[in-house]
Design a protein around this ligand. Structure first.
Ligand SMILES: O=C(O)CCC(=O)C(=O)O
Ligand SMILES: [Fe+2]
Length: 298
């Protein structure tokens, strides 16, 4: 379903659009299953190695990881799109319903940016090392690319895999704060890339609790953040970025690919193995490259 005029106007004016109930369980559950399968496989390994006391098989998607991590959290760094590189996740990046709404904003030639994540946002205090990369302080997504992408539009798509609530750390955004370009950010150890105090827009903050099946579209200049997960379950979500084919992603050292094309459908990358290999090689070759432009201060 393409976006209608009213929805497009809302996006242009507000810098975001919440599309309710657009994805069905059949769109999202293969991705969830892929993560459940990986967690199950790794739990069995940990059990075999004496690092886990039980499998917690009867626990839900939101709770099983919490039970496992209370004992051992070594699988935490594996849980993201570029690390797991699963077939269902790759397929979802080209999901037909998603491509229809994305193309409504980006245009008919769509590239999937490598700035893509699945986030298992843990209950506060459970992350290895204490700090949580999924608790994002105020930033624009324009602030996490290199400057080659600055002149170009990039669309962020944020998708909950379970209900996102204020309690478990849903997104908060500042509407109508886009259109002023990139604000000055800095990068702080343990906090991440953040808009400097002097540049923070003064408009009101909007909390965005979301149900599974809804999708948030966001302009790359819209300031947003998410707070800690105060619940006892994992807030699973996905955040993807799309842009017009041919424009730089701001992450030249990571692989992008054509996800949708009206003029040349055969240019769409459908081969899972090729995509997985591109990521594997890029991760090996990009060790030590700083993905953001702001140098880190302590
Ligand atoms: O998922 C979160 O809590 C923050 C994610 C974020 O900043 C983004 O998707 O751009
Ligand atoms: Fe972000």
């Amino acid at each position: 379903m393409e976006l209608n005029q009213e929805q497009l106007q809302h996006f242009t004016k507000e810098g975001f659009l919440l599309v309710h109930d657009i994805l069905a369980d059949s769109d999202l559950d293969p991705v969830i299953q892929e993560y459940e399968d990986h967690i199950d496989r790794r739990a069995r390994e940990l059990l075999g190695q004496g690092k886990l006391s039980q499998l917690y098989e009867d626990q839900s998607f939101e709770h099983r990881l919490v039970c496992i991590f209370r004992e051992n959290n070594e699988i935490y760094p594996e849980l993201d799109i570029m690390h797991l590189r699963g077939k269902a996740s790759f397929g979802f990046l080209r999901n037909k319903k998603l491509m229809a709404i994305v193309a409504s904003i980006v245009g008919p030639e769509v590239t999937c940016s490598p700035i893509q994540h699945i986030r298992a946002k843990l209950p506060m205090g459970l992350t290895p090392g204490g700090a949580d990369a999924h608790v994002a302080s105020w930033h624009q997504d324009a602030g996490v690319t290199w400057n080659d992408a600055d002149p170009y539009f990039i669309l962020t798509v944020w998708i909950p895999l379970v209900e996102a609530t204020e309690e478990n750390g849903c997104l908060q955004i500042i509407p109508r704060a886009h259109g002023r370009g990139l604000l000055e950010h800095h990068s702080r150890v343990g906090v991440g890339t953040t808009i400097i105090d002097e540049e923070m827009p003064s408009q009101g903050v909007l909390n965005l609790p979301m149900k599974k099946g809804s999708v948030l579209l966001m302009h790359k200049e819209t300031p947003h953040r998410s707070t800690t997960n105060q619940s006892d379950a994992v807030r699973w979500s996905m955040d993807l970025r799309y842009q017009q084919t041919g424009t730089p992603t701001g992450r030249p050292f990571h692989p992008s690919f054509v996800a949708y094309s009206q003029s040349n459908p055969s240019s769409v990358l459908e081969d899972h193995e090729t995509w997985s290999k591109m990521w594997g090689q890029a991760l090996e070759n990009s060790v030590g490259i700083q993905p953001h432009r702001w140098s880190q201060k302590s």
